[in-house]
Every structure is written in C-alpha cells, then in structure tokens.
Ligand binder design. Structure first.
Ligand code: KG4
Ligand code: ZN
Length: 338
C-alpha cells in the first residue's frame, strides 16, 4: 500500500511516498530555516506563506522521485496536530484537495506519533510495547507506546522543551538559530566538566522535566562573565550544558523504564540527532541490558516519511478524516488514544 504523506506543522514543507509503512520511496523536505534565522526563531506568518508557495512543488517532486503519479497512491496522510495552526492548514488543505480530486482516503496523523514512528522505518523489528523518549523543539515526553496507535504519556516538561532549551542556550552563546546542532558540534571539542549546572527540581511526577532553570543558569553564567569582562570558552559551556541535559534525559528515562518494566527503549524527535543524547542513552541501556532504538539522522528532524509510516498504522487501525478535517494547535497523544 502506497501512502502520500504531507508534513507542514512548523518550518519544513515535506512530502514522502511510503510503501507499507516502512519502505520510503521518496522523502522531500524543503526547509525555511534560512529565512526564520533572520528573526532568531520561526515566524508563524512567514512559515504559512512559504508552505503555500512550495507545497505544490514539494508534492510533485515526491511523486516524481518515487516514480509514481497520484493514481498509483492508495491514501493521503497529513499532519493535523500539534503545530502552528496556519502552517498545519496549508498541508491539510492541500491533502484534502488531493484526497477529494483523486478519490483517496485521507488519514489524519499526529506529529509526535509521526516522530515516534520514524523508528519503525529504520528498525522494522521494533514493535510495541516499549518506552519512548520524545525530545523535539516543542515537546519533551516520556511515552509508553502501548500499540502502534495507542500511547500513555508518563513524563512531560513543565516549561521549555529540550530542543527549545538547546536553541536558547545556543543563542546566548552566539550560535545561529536553530542552535541545537551547533551546541552538539561545539560540545565535541569543549570540556564537559568545565562548569557544573543544576539538575532542576520538578514537583509532581518524578518522570517530568524542567529545563528553564538550567537555561537560566547558563544565561546567567554568560552574562555575569560579560559584565565582569571575563572571557568564557563557549565550547566548554556548550559541552557542560549538553552533558547536563543528557544526564537529565537519561536519568528520567531509565527511572521510568525500570519502574514500568520496559527493556525496549525508543528515542525520537529533532533532539534525537544529538550525539551526546544518543551516546548517553546507548550507554545507559547497554549497562541495564535494554535495547535502544534510534532513528537514522535523516528521520530525526521533521520529515514526511515518518508521517507516511505512522499514517500506515493509523490506516490499519481504521483512522480516517473527511473534508471537515481541521488543524489543531495543541493535542496530546493520549487524546488520540481514547
Ligand atoms: O522535531 P523537530 O525537527 O521539530 C519539532 O517538532 O519541534 O525538532 C527541532 C529541534 C530544534 O530545537 C533543534 O535545535 C533540535 O531539534 N536539534 C538538535 C540537534 N539537531 C536538531 N538539538 C541538539 N542537537 C542536535 N544535533
Ligand atoms: Zn517535529
């Protein structure tokens, strides 16, 4: 079964053709980052406009690269939540048009479910149940993946998402937006023990996260040094910050896995590209005899192949949308599991 999948929830216009959930025939991603970089973050109005300008070409390229036409496709999958509402609506409207004109079923896909599904593309042997750490620019969750389409969120962030924290710290250190990957690069040459940053305390659930205290600690360190005219080695700050984030993510995920009895762990979302996070989780899992699944780097950030993969499982579970499908800016994974 061939699915044409569209993703436009943030600043990437993406389309993929995916066969039977795991065979990626094409995966086109048009990024708008260069333009948003001028403003230090994603500007929603600009994102919507750029999606509208590029979506036709992105979809056509995905069909061409897969060597098919719309007639060869069996269903259309589209990200409908969560995300920037104007950005989502461009993908949804285009997908609705395709489904209507070609008389194909329309499958609504949750963006975070898509990130989780990225692992099925790279690792067809991975099957629920397992525990997944999802860390992206907008979300930080520890999720029990009970079935391919059923989830229980056991940990979440009380403030910033992990990716957001990477990006804000990167900005303070003078790196371009989105700075996560620059911190990753700098951390490879910096001294990870040069600075000691706090592990923020979180009230409530022990698997919940909080990153704003850590972010503030780094910002204060940099600003205080600037005020006193002291120089800091930004690679050392980056490495020390990254080590702290990795420890927090690792400790919480391992605690949840041990308490809930999971031996299979997944990692997903844009921050899953981070080499420190990958290493820390791999070492922790190896030590405990747990098996870790991580997406290939090309499927860590936003893409439509992951939406096509999740769309396949949603299709098998009977999920369908009609022409009244609308975008939803905020929607928890648990809501779609009911
Ligand atoms: O999943 P994603 O592409 O978009 C959202 O759904 O939010 O995640 C984007 C986030 C950004 O904050 C970006 O800086 C971060 O993922 N990111 C990284 C790395 N690559 C991307 N963070 C740390 N290290 C990386 N190598
Ligand atoms: Zn994402």
């Amino acid at each position: 079964m061939k699915i044409l999948a569209i993703e436009s929830s943030c600043d990437e216009t993406a389309c993929a053709i995916v066969e039977d959930g795991v065979n990626v025939l094409s995966n086109i991603v048009a990024t708008q980052i260069a333009e948003h970089r001028l403003y230090g973050g994603v500007v929603p109005e600009i994102a919507s406009r750029r999606h509208a300008e590029s979506i036709y070409q992105v979809v056509q390229s995905a069909l061409d690269e897969a060597g098919c036409t719309l007639n060869d496709v069996d269903a259309i999958a589209v990200t409908y939540a969560p995300g920037l509402i104007g950005a989502l609506l461009v993908g949804i409207s285009f997908a609705k048009g395709l489904a209507l004109s070609a008389d194909k079923p329309l499958i609504p896909v949750h963006h975070i479910a898509g990130h989780i599904a990225a692992n099925y593309i790279s690792h067809p042997d991975l099957k629920p149940p397992y525990l997944c750490l999802v860390v992206s620019g907008g979300h930080s969750h520890i999720v029990e993946v009970l079935e391919h389409t059923r989830y229980r969120v056991v940990g979440r962030t009380h403030d910033d998402a992990a990716g957001e924290c990477f990006d804000k710290v990167a900005r303070t250190l003078g790196y371009e937006y989105p700075g996560g990957k620059f911190i990753d690069k700098a951390a490879k040459i910096g001294d990870a023990h040069a600075y000691k940053f706090p592990h923020p305390k979180v009230d409530g659930c022990e698997y919940d996260f909080s990153f704003s205290g850590l972010k503030t600690a780094v910002i204060n360190l940099v600003h205080n040094a600037a005020q006193k005219g002291e120089s800091i080695v930004r690679e050392d700050v980056a490495a020390s910050f990254q080590r702290t984030v990795c420890e927090i993510l690792m400790v919480k995920t391992m605690a949840a896995a041990e308490a809930l009895g999971y031996k299979t762990i997944g990692l997903a979302g844009g921050v899953s590209a981070n080499s420190g996070v990958r290493d820390a989780l791999q070492r922790a899992c190896d030590k405990r005899g747990m098996k870790l699944y991580m997406p290939e780097l090309k499927y860590c950030g936003d893409n439509a192949a992951m939406i096509g993969c999740q769309g396949y499982f949603d299709y098998l579970a009977g999920k369908r949308a009609d022409q009244s499908l609308n975008g939803i800016a905020t929607l928890s994974l648990e809501k779609i599991s009911e």
